[in-house]
Design a protein around this ligand. Structure first.
Ligand SMILES: Cc1cc2nc3c(=O)[nH]c(=O)nc-3n(C[C@H](O)[C@H](O)[C@H](O)COP(=O)(O)OP(=O)(O)OC[C@H]3O[C@@H](n4cnc5c(N)ncnc54)[C@H](O)[C@@H]3O)c2cc1C
Length: 504
């Protein structure tokens, strides 16, 4: 173990047990990494925030064995429609109701506290993971052998400390860990106040619909979102000359809601003014300190991607930490974390800002340019997932930085369930591998799946005109090859523990 010099009690300390910290703790638990989670609050933040997550997030929840627990708490989203001030459809963004190549649905609606409770309960399964609530981290001091983490137990005011090999700041937008790292933020230019109203319907209102609606009314842009159960959300712009406090008063809230709903039809769970920011930390790592989730990036919520981006961060980070802590990789592997994740999240934030422009109808053309124009019909929007930035993808090999699909195996299981959170080589047939390659893969713990295991796998390889593809534990393609020679080179490259970043 590389961190033994000062014998830290914990391989990883996670600061913050929001959805991102809790997912990371589950991933590290799955990897058997000794982990401590320190959280300031006694319990889950009870007020709603995120309402949407995507197929890639659900795949991460599947990896940590919690997808089945989450499913009863979500509904599928049919999509989003943008209406102009007269109620005419300007832009349509339907979400397919079929399974995507990820093996899940494209868009789920959920209630963030429900998800957080499931993630936190999930921690009980991992003997290597400990959660300490009401512990406020106030100082981090890094030395050669580890990090000294000092915190106050808010239940009794006692000061304590632990040592860790690595500390991950999942401590939200006002991150202490980011401050200690000394990272500034790149400002992507969007800062707007929006009034977020969560309502609980007292009676059925099917006419409100299941689609999310962007009311692109220049006088007062607003968003309607159907939540789970009887939850409905409205997000309404606050004008620059309007006072924050005044906007949250019940009288004002009901006045703003009056075009959709009346006080006898719903109860307001909360109404709060948020300032939505768009920013990315300039430095996601300094030595043994790292950032993930809102501490590393913040986005306006128009794409529903803030938490999703954080879930992607930790899926990218956990296996790298695991390999370094187990002595299988050099700490420089962590350099690929920001270089891969930061451009990916930046693309999503920039798209969210463009969508915000459409809602504000200040820049309709720019927004429409993101869609596909059709004659005499509203523009249809399709959003492609960004690629990972430069990092571990090998050379110019095809598909580097793309997500690999999940396959249905001939034994009825899903491929991720068989692979676990591990590397896998997808290959048309085992005959393509030399005996040496085979043993190198086995020694490195890299699974092999062939088209005999899953018919779709062979189809996918042929569709991309490739012989094989090496997939990382976070399901991104590390490299794909077209010839047997390239295949054996790829295996030699990864099985010598060559984690050295190369150009994507
Ligand atoms: C109105 C709104 C709508 C949104 N909609 C969506 C959506 O539809 N989809 C989506 O993906 N995202 C959405 N988001 C964003 C999403 O809610 C956040 O991205 C997500 O909560 C970030 O998770 P996190 O774990 O990084 O941080 P947080 O959830 O902020 O958790 C940070 C945790 O760290 C703890 N902490 C902080 N400092 C310390 C310390 N010093 N010591 C100990 N503990 C500490 C805090 O108590 C907290 O529990 C929305 C946000 C808002 C406000």
């Amino acid at each position: 173990m590389q961190h033994n010099s000062a014998n830290p009690e914990f391989a990883v300390v996670i600061v913050g047990r929001g959805p991102v910290g809790a997912t990371l703790a589950n991933l590290l638990g799955l990897c058997g990494v000794r982990t401590l989670v320190l959280e300031r609050e006694a319990r889950t933040y009870h007020l709603p925030r995120a309402v949407h997550f995507d197929d890639e997030c659900m795949r991460v929840f599947q990896t940590i064995g919690l997808a089945e627990d989450i499913l009863p708490h979500v509904i599928l989203s049919p999509g989003m429609r943008f209406l102009d001030a007269e109620g005419r459809l300007m832009l349509d963004w339907p979400r397919s109701q079929d399974l995507t190549p990820m093996g899940w649905h494209l868009s789920y609606r959920f209630h963030q506290p429900d998800l957080e409770d499931i993630l936190i309960n999930g921690l009980r399964r991992w003997p290597q993971v400990e959660l300490r609530n009401r512990c406020d981290v106030f100082a981090l001091d890094e030395d050669e052998g580890g990090v000294r983490v000092r915190y106050e137990d808010l239940s009794n005011g006692q000061l304590s400390e632990v040592r860790a090999a690595y500390v991950v700041g999942c401590d939200g937008a006002r991150s202490l860990v980011r401050r200690v790292i000394g990272s500034g933020m790149d400002d992507l230019g969007f800062h707007e106040r929006w009034l977020v109203i969560d309502a609980l319907l007292k009676r059925e209102r099917p006419d409100l619909g299941d689609y999310s609606i962007q009311h692109c009314d220049p006088r007062r842009p607003a968003t309607y979102i159907r939540g789970t159960g009887n939850r409905r959300r409205w997000e309404i712009t606050v004008h620059p000359d309007e006072e924050t406090q005044g906007m949250m008063q019940p009288g004002k809230v009901w006045e703003l809601l009056s075009q959709w709903i009346a006080p006898d039809e719903a109860e307001i769970e909360r109404a709060a003014v948020y300032t939505f920011h768009s920013a990315i930390a300039q430095q996601w790592r300094n030595g043994r300190l790292l950032l993930a989730g809102d501490s590393a990036h913040q986005t306006p919520p128009f794409l529903g991607q803030g938490m999703c981006a954080g879930i992607r961060d930790v899926a990218n980070l956990a296996w790298k930490l695991r390999d370094i802590i187990a002595g299988r990789a050099d700490a420089s592997l962590l350099d690929t974390y920001q270089s891969e994740r930061s451009p990916h999240v930046r693309e999503f934030i920039e798209l969210a800002i463009r969508l915000g422009g459409v809602i504000n109808t200040k820049a309709i053309e720019a927004g429409l340019a993101a869609g596909e124009a059709r004659e005499n019909a509203p523009v249809k929007l399709e959003v492609r997932k960004p690629l990972l930035g430069r990092g571990l993808a090998i050379g110019d090999l095809p598909l580097g930085g793309h997500l690999a699909p999940q396959f249905m195996l001939s034994d009825g299981r899903r491929s991720d369930d068989r692979i676990g959170y591990a590397n896998v080589l997808l290959v048309e047939r085992t005959g393509a591998l030399s005996q040496a390659a085979y043993s190198a893969l086995a020694q490195s713990g890299i699974e092999v799946l062939t088209s005999r295991d899953a018919e779709d796998l062979g189809r996918w390889l042929r569709e991309h005109d490739i012989k094989a593809a090496l997939i990382r534990p976070d399901r991104y393609v590390r490299g794909a090859v077209r010839t047997e020679l390239e295949l054996n080179q790829l295996i030699a490259n990864v099985c010598t523990g060559n984690h050295v970043p190369t150009a994507a």
